[in-house]
Design a protein around this ligand. Structure first.
Ligand SMILES: NC(=O)CC[C@H](N)C(=O)O
Length: 321
């Protein structure tokens, strides 16, 4: 049977989607090979890899979910989609003088390219790029606490949920163990590509990485990217359609770091991963999908989260290719 994929959320068959989510969840909950949780951030290392949840928000605001879709988890680098969105709203295209738009082909915490490329990070999703983005946000408010507050207010706005918060224990653990990020921040500062003290930038970065959300909250938060920049829950514009397209483009090429090519090949959707085991994927014009399985693969991306999205994209005909 040739599948005619829905071109917008309202055309999606709810029964077909519900069945797909239930069957994918049952299959992946039964798997023994689940990857390993992030071991370098102590609170994340203790998360049970048996967890699995998935949620889909359609552009007509219908929400479908399966598994532990209401259980909060550390969104980690998925938060970089939202800090980038904020920074572009504040600095516009001038941001691209300080950070590139190219995939790095290296690990998310790699420092090797920074020296070769004069302290200009390849893209805003690798850690070095996210530190530059955090610095850009900090330069408006000056105080880390105010900047963190601004990021949380934005996440609550796009999720339409005032309960979104950061886990202070995770932020503290990252500060205590984040020596690699401290090296990145100080190297960026030495190249003149941080305008604020490295410790202040790191404080903002660790806190936005420590935000906890459930799959349901995250799917809602990312829905504006599937809906031409407009939040389907509130009808309010978050970014222009053009900016939504460009953020999606960066998610497609850079969202899974040195696993981005394989993800595009297998799933065919703009996405952003986090070492907490979450993935946010965007089906432009149709849906926002959030999946959580804490076990990671060698690139620090969710092993079963990728497989769930591959299965869902195939069943629903959602690949953009
Ligand atoms: N890919 C990730 O989620 C990495 C984020 C994590 N806070 C780090 O800096 O290493």
């Amino acid at each position: 049977m040739t599948h005619t994929p829905a071109q917008n959320g309202a055309a999606v068959d709810g029964t077909e989607l519900e069945t797909a989510l239930q069957e994918i969840t049952a299959e992946l909950q039964s798997r023994s090979e689940r990857g390993q949780p992030a071991d370098y951030i102590p609170p994340l290392a203790r998360v049970d890899p048996a967890h699995f949840g998935i949620a889909v928000t359609l552009t007509d605001n219908r929400l479908f979910a399966a598994g532990e879709a209401e259980m909060p988890f550390s969104i980690q680098s998925i938060s970089k989609v939202f800090t980038l969105t904020l920074a572009l709203g504040m600095a516009g295209d001038s941001l691209w003088r300080r950070v590139g738009r190219e995939p790095s082909g290296d690990a998310f915490n790699s420092i090797v390219l920074l020296e070769h490329e004069r302290g200009i990070p390849r893209n805003p999703f690798i850690n070095a790029g996210a530190l530059v983005v955090a610095d850009a946000l900090l330069s408006r408010a000056r105080a880390p606490r105010e900047t963190i507050g601004e990021i949380l207010r934005f996440l609550r706005f796009v999720a339409d949920d005032e309960s979104v918060a950061a886990d202070p224990a995770v932020a503290r653990a990252e500060k205590a163990t984040g020596h690699r990020n401290a090296a990145l921040a100080n190297y960026l500062y030495s190249c003149g590509n941080l305008n604020n003290p490295p410790d202040h930038v790191l404080g903002v970065y660790f806190h936005h990485c420590a935000v906890t959300m459930s799959c349901a909250q995250l799917a809602r938060a990312g829905a504006f990217l599937a809906n031409g920049g407009r939040n389907p829950a509130t009808g309010r514009s978050v970014v222009s359609p053009e900016r939504a397209r460009r953020i999606n483009a960066l998610m497609m090429t850079c969202g899974h770091y040195d696993g981005s090519g394989d993800f595009a090949y297998r799933v065919g959707l703009p996405s952003k991963s986090g070492v907490g085991g979450g993935i946010l994927a965007v089906v432009p014009g149709v849906a926002s999908v959030a999946v959580w399985s804490p076990g990671l693969n060698g690139q620090g991306n969710s092993l079963l989260g990728i497989e769930a999205l591959e299965m869902l994209s195939h069943r629903m005909g959602w690949s953009v290719f």
